[in-house]
Design a protein around this ligand. Structure first.
Ligand code: FMN
Length: 965
């Protein structure tokens, strides 16, 4: 037993931490009064789960627990939620003439007494997610509730609780017992009635807490401190506004009552009448009534009711507004025509729906893929509920929703050489919706259709525009128009396709070429263009099927660009085989398909791992390959891996990076943190969730991380996943255009408390920082150990690849003169002589120049020099770097300034030349001031970033096999 004094202490200690709301990892936390179905079901399912867990009730199949009071318009269900999840909730039930209060079931006599002194409000269903108990949400909810009670004029707040919870309410919230313990029949347990008298609460809180320190002063917290009313209650609302009845919206009410009709069971007739008044629509829709929300609203039922359950009746009505643009006879002809739509992604999905709305009645559709979040920007069927669903199924639903009488033939595995004949069987016209990069199957389809005498329409979204070609039987065929030969590689074929589609290339002038890469099969695409395409392609389909004039078949072409406002039609008599087109091709080749960057090749993303099945070894190796892609000081790759069945252990190779920069293994651990981050992205792409344990054997041990993987059956998207393979150190000069604040703010949110990010884009401050970088770089080039280490790691020879590590000379982007300078200064004695003569400063001067030629500078800082913080900072650094790459920015680390200063701080001045100590201290002061880094924090990694060209020469990686233990 605790003594009275001890007990007070524990309560005080708890209270002191109660006022801190620990919301670190919550996405957009908010306190609200529930108003959406998601909020109601979130709160009621939390109540259900917690009450079941505590044994107060047995589980219900709906997993929802609420009563009629919860739905009364006067009631307010308070929720503490993250973006879309309710984490804690409490219900506020004002007394009403018809319903009274739930507490009346046990303490009616006592409540009646209280009623005499003003409005009584019952508080109930206090719940917090079990795993969030520590985060004190309830205290914040209580504060909002108290304020709401004050504003709405409650006289007494009452609560009925199990005797074992009494202390929680009385000691923290100043509830007082006002009736003796009684037995609550319905629950089968004893109950105590507690209350807060609103007129006394202020003085009671004051008396109890006035002496307390600020952080434990609940009086101040509850009644004085700001941020009280729930988010969706306007602060200027009058008490009358607040007391306005807010019934749950009809659909939500229907949804709730449909799942828990028993809520209505115990209502008196009078109460049911009141309920019907509020929720007539919902009650009307429940089984027994036929209302708007009847789940039996099948297509058949609806059409039957509307008397449109016959083909003629439906199509006459649904397409009546086409008349005037199409004759009745033409409409019938469209309904009887078959269009083959190959591919249902960006353009294909839009084509299908537009064709169906125009009244085409028969389709043959092919698509093998599933919808995923990256399709959302442009693909018709890509919505949250469609993620992971077959595109074919989803689009079929849309099309059948437009016209339930469609005759649709399906090819759920897509098209291939083998099924082309079948696919084209009975087809009047083909509309191309194939992925831009799937060239070979497109070519095969077009040629087969040509042979069979079927016209093919292709409408390609290019920028904001649509580029349209129509291939007619007897006209010029696909291979001839694009001038394709078998021996051409895929890049060349794709380039020809792009150029032949839009020879005038109206879109190229506004296209950011950094985001186009034929080799990586990457290019931007807009829904706007897909919609223009659907309109243009369907127009041609109408023309073709109805034999209308105006079809301009290949070699004629059309491009319409709503952005530039240009419409261009032209003709390439010889297709791409003519001289001017060949010239254009040559130019486009140089711009869009430069030779591949030298360096490590990118492996193909593996298939998604299925839950409960073993993770193939090839996937584990893919994950390690991704890890190895991480940056490391001078490309030293100081790591090793052990691959298990579903886990990968990462070991720091502490002997590998012997650079003077690698103070306390900080550089090695930064790299290892980056490795773990890359592994997580790669695992996500393969449908694996990663659980990471850092330093399982403590600081100083080689095993620095263990990643355990759990297949979830869906790829987990990280924007970094696509960019981690492209990420590389960019030592080129960048554009000076400032990297926008929105970019920095997004990066800052990615840091997620694992380190601290500061940034500078102000030109004046950047100049100061350039001078600081110059000083730190001087300390670098004037040290023999650092100079020799770097020279050892530069690969001067022409065959840098086989080493698999170090820095290929060209990768340093030093230009011809710089490369000569580096070759010449390889021996320390030469460099030393140049340093004495002052010529050695050319290197730091170049560094200074490059800092000025940037769009911004960033600094990652940590709170303490621990191995865990180095690892986390490394992960953060890699995350930001990949994100910048994704957004089109280059990055170069500038490690000398922070890492040399870290060594100075950790090991003192003895390891440095006194002159360098002065330079480093000055550089540190400038950096701290410019970045606004607090005194206690340790700057760890600096970088420059900005818009940049792509790097041509990249680093290599050692063989994965040599890194396994
Ligand atoms: C801790 C650390 C410090 C680094 N310091 C510098 C630096 O000061 N200057 C620089 O140009 N690159 C620096 N780099 C980049 C590495 O040289 C680069 O990551 C490595 O050569 C691999 O090449 P990649 O980043 O192009 O894949 C650093 C990287 C790490 C992880």
């Amino acid at each position: 037993m605790l003594s009275g004094k001890d007990r007070r202490r524990t309560i005080r200690i708890k209270r002191s931490s109660l006022l801190e709301c620990k919301l670190g990892d919550l996405d957009r936390p908010a306190i609200k009064i529930a108003e959406t179905l998601e909020e109601y079901t979130g709160a009621f399912s939390l109540v259900h789960d917690e009450y079941v867990r505590s044994g107060y009730t047995s589980p219900h199949p709906s997993r929802l627990l609420f009563n009629a009071w919860s739905m009364l318009p006067q009631t307010a269900v308070f929720v503490f939620k993250s973006f879309h999840e309710v984490l804690s909730s409490v219900t506020y039930i004002p007394d009403t003439a018809d319903f009274g209060l739930p507490i009346d079931a046990v303490f009616k006599d006592k409540i009646d007494e209280l009623r005499k002194s003003g409005p009584v409000v019952e508080v109930g269903a206090l719940v917090t997610q079990r795993r969030r108990r520590w985060s004190n949400m309830m205290v914040f909810l209580a504060k909002a509730l108290l304020k709401y009670a004050q504003v709405t004029g409650a006289a007494n707040l009452v609560v009925m609780v199990n005797p074992k919870h009494v202390r929680f309410y009385t000691s923290l919230f100043m509830f007082k017992p006002f009736a003796e313990e009684r037995f609550y029949e319905k629950v089968g347990a004893p109950a105590v009635a507690l209350r807060i008298c609103m007129k006394d609460i202020e003085s009671e809180l004051k008396a109890a807490y006035a002496e307390e320190a600020f952080e434990t002063d609940l009086h101040h917290f509850f009644l004085k401190a700001a941020g009280t009313l729930p988010e969706n209650i306007p602060s200027q609302a009058s008490p009358d506004d607040l007391k306005k009845k807010r019934p749950i919206d009809p659909y939500s009410a229907y949804y709730l009552l449909r799942r828990r009709p028993d809520v209505l069971d115990s209502l008196t007739e009078k109460q049911r009448a009141v309920f019907e008044n509020y929720y007539h629509q919902a009650l009307f829709s429940l089984p027994g009534g036929v209302g708007a929300f009847d789940p039996e609203r099948t297509t058949g039922n609806i059409l039957e009711k509307l008397k449109l359950d016959r083909f003629d009746a439906y199509t006459d009505t649904a397409f009546c507004r086409n008349l005037g643009l199409l004759t009745y006879d033409e409409q019938r002809k469209l309904l009887d025509s078959r269009v083959a739509v190959a591919g249902l992604g960006g353009v294909g999905g839009e084509h299908l729906v537009t064709l169906a709305r125009t009244g085409f009645g028969k389709f043959t559709i092919a698509e093998f893929d599933e919808f995923s979040p990256v399709n959302v920007n442009r693909q018709y069927g890509a919505t949250v509920s469609a993620f992971g669903r077959a595109k074919l199924d989803v689009m079929l639903e849309y099309a059948m929703g437009v016209n339930p009488f469609l005759d649709i033939r399906k090819f759920p595995s897509g098209i291939s050489e083998e099924n082309l004949d079948d696919f084209l069987d009975g087809v009047d016209v083909v509309v191309d919706g194939i992925d831009f990069f799937a060239f070979d199957i497109r070519c095969a389809l077009f040629m087969r259709a040509y042979k069979k005498g079927i016209p093919v329409i292709t409408a390609g979204p290019m920028g904001y525009s649509c580029a349209l070609l129509v291939f007619m039987p007897g006209g010029m065929d696909f291979i001839k128009y694009f001038d394709i030969r078998d021996d051409m590689d895929m890049q060349e074929k794709l380039l020809r396709f792009a150029l032949g589609l839009a020879p005038r290339a109206l879109h190229v002038r506004y296209l950011d070429r950094r985001f186009v890469d034929m080799r990586e099969r990457r290019g931007p695409s807009l829904d706007i263009a897909c919609r223009v395409c659907a309109g243009m392609a369907t127009t041609e389909a109408v023309r073709l099927v109805l034999g209308k004039k105006g079809v301009r078949a290949v070699p004629e072409y059309t491009q319409f660009d709503p952005f530039t406002g240009k419409y261009h039609r032209g003709k390439l008599k010889k297709g791409l085989a003519s001289f001017p087109q060949k010239l254009k091709l040559r130019l486009a080749r140089a711009v869009f398909t430069p030779p591949p960057p030298e360096g490590a090749a990118v492996p193909a993303t593996p298939a998604v791992c299925k839950p409960l099945q073993p993770v193939p070894r090839s996937v584990m190796e893919y994950i390690v390959r991704a890890g190895v892609q991480a940056p490391s000081g001078d490309n030293s790759q100081p790591w090793r891996f052990r691959i298990g069945d579903r886990r990968i252990e990462l070991f720091a190779d502490r002997e590998r990076d012997t650079s003077f920069f690698n103070v306390a293994q900080a550089a090695t651990l930064i790299s290892c943190g980056a490795v773990l981050e890359n592994m997580r992205y790669a695992a996500g792409a393969a449908g694996l969730e990663t659980e990471l344990t850092l330093l399982p054997d403590g600081e100083g041990a080689d095993r620095v991380g263990v990643a355990e993987f759990e297949p979830v059956g869906m790829p987990l998207y990280e924007l970094a996943e696509s960019s981690m393979w492209r990420r590389c150190t960019t030592r080129l000069m960048f554009k000076k255009k400032p990297v926008p604040q929105a970019v920095w703010q997004r990066l800052d949110r990615m840091v997620a408390g694992e380190a601290m990010l500061s940034w500078v884009t102000d030109r004046g401050l950047m100049k100061g920082l350039a001078a600081a970088v110059y000083k730190a770089d001087r300390a670098r080039v004037e040290r023999r150990d650092l100079h020799e280490y770097l020279m050892e790691h530069i690969r001067f020879g022409p065959h840098e690849g086989p080493h698999g590590d170090g820095l290929p000379l060209k990768n340093l982007q030093a230009g011809v003169a710089g490369e000569l300078f580096m070759k010449f200064t390889q021996p320390w004695r030469v460099m030393r002589l140049l340093n004495i003569l002052g010529a050695g400063r050319m290197v730091p001067l170049h560094g200074r120049q490059s800092v000025i030629a940037s769009g911004g500078l960033g600094m990652i800082s940590i709170a303490a020099a621990t191995e865990e913080q180095y690892l986390r900072a490394g992960a953060v650094f890699n995350r930001l770097w990949c994100a910048l790459e994704y957004m089109g920015y280059g990055l170069q680390p500038l490690a000398a300034l922070p890492l040399l200063n870290l060594r100075l701080r950790l090991e003192g001045e003895s390891r440095f030349d006194p002159q360098h100590v002065v330079l480093l201290r000055e550089a540190d002061r400038t950096a701290r001031a410019a970045f606004g880094i607090p005194e206690g924090a340790l700057p760890l990694m600096m970088f420059r970033t900005g818009e940049s060209r792509r790097v041509r020469y990249r680093t290599f990686r050692r063989d994965v096999a040599s890194m396994l233990v």
